[in-house]
Write a protein that binds this ligand. Sequence first.
Ligand SMILES: Cc1ncc(COP(=O)(O)O)c(C=O)c1O
Length: 396
Amino acid sequence: MFQQLKQLSSDSILGLMAKYRADASTDKVDLGVGVYRDLHGNTPILECVRRAEKEVLAAQTTKSYVAAAGREEFNQLAEELVLGAQHPARLERRARTVQTPGGCGALRVGAELIRAAMPGATVHLSDPTWGNHAPLLGSSGLKLARYPYYDPTAHHLRFDAMLQQLEGAAAGDVVLVHACCHNPSGADLSASQWESLAELLQRRGLFPFLDLAYQGFGASLDEDAAAPRMIARRLPEALIAISYSKNLGLYRERVGALISISENAERADAVQSHVLQTARSIYSMPPDHGAAIAAKIFADANLRRDWVVELDAMRNRFQEMRLLLASNLRDTTAGGDFDFIGSQRGMFSLLGVSPGAVERLRERHHIYMTHDSRMNLAGIMPHNVRYVAEAIAAER
Ligand SMILES: Cc1ncc(COP(=O)(O)O)c(C=O)c1O
């Protein structure tokens, strides 16, 4: 059996992490891995998570199975957090939510659902997009295509080209859009661009699949959910994949959810039955521990207030580093070529330099980023920002 299988090359981000660990330089800077880091370079457990976890463990009396949909209270609270309690889709019972193993689980279950409903559909992904989108959606057997999204050397959205390309997509095709804090570019659609996109999706019969992995990392929990709320109001059907890996720092606990929006309550029940069967056939049930912690934080007013404070601090941390890096680059390059870093959102930006420059930054300066020149701004610290800016100025 296994003789057929050839060794695969290692995932490039894992390869990069290994190189970083092996680098003995005291100057080394990790801008590669996509996790939040505090000023000490740690990816901490949030205080609200520590407290909620203690309460969860103290109250737990069994490890018996929960359900294919996961925890019902988590699902209701996650849905509320994304759509808002009084969203028409909720009041009209058009929304259904299941807990999934992280955002990846939500994306994969969503892909399987689409494949069951419309096997010939093509999923249109942004160019560029997060490296795991194509494997997660493509492994369901759906066809993949790319729409222009961001120009990494001119540092701006390619919105007109995006709309033009999507005009040509077939009715029933799926358009996957990052709901906020686009990974890797940090460039999001404006409110009026979202409206234009919604109009196009509706007119052309295209299906929106939104990926919300960074709610609260852009502006605030509510503002970052504006696009999913608008889409769920204006279009009859949609899917929203949610991740709590970053905004609750629950990465390894695998906490996510999938919201489906259907045209009426009866259809929503039918969709939900397929979602549950899909979950059952892949992993049976999502892990409970992280979702129990998340549900406690969402439901308890004190924990939730403290979470928002911690979330604001994480966001401010990389917003400050964006401004600091942009201003240092202004000094070291004697120009405004990198000002865009200061105005983008979320943890990532594309520096927009060649793979050769990325390599020189690594080999000569011990600065690590992915080959597309994606930087995790949470890797920048006040003590290394000048060093990074000087290296970029020398090698760009
Ligand atoms: C754009 C995007 N979507 C989804 C995810 C899924 O994350 P997880 O499965 O760890 O919750 C990530 C994580 O990096 C992401 O960047």
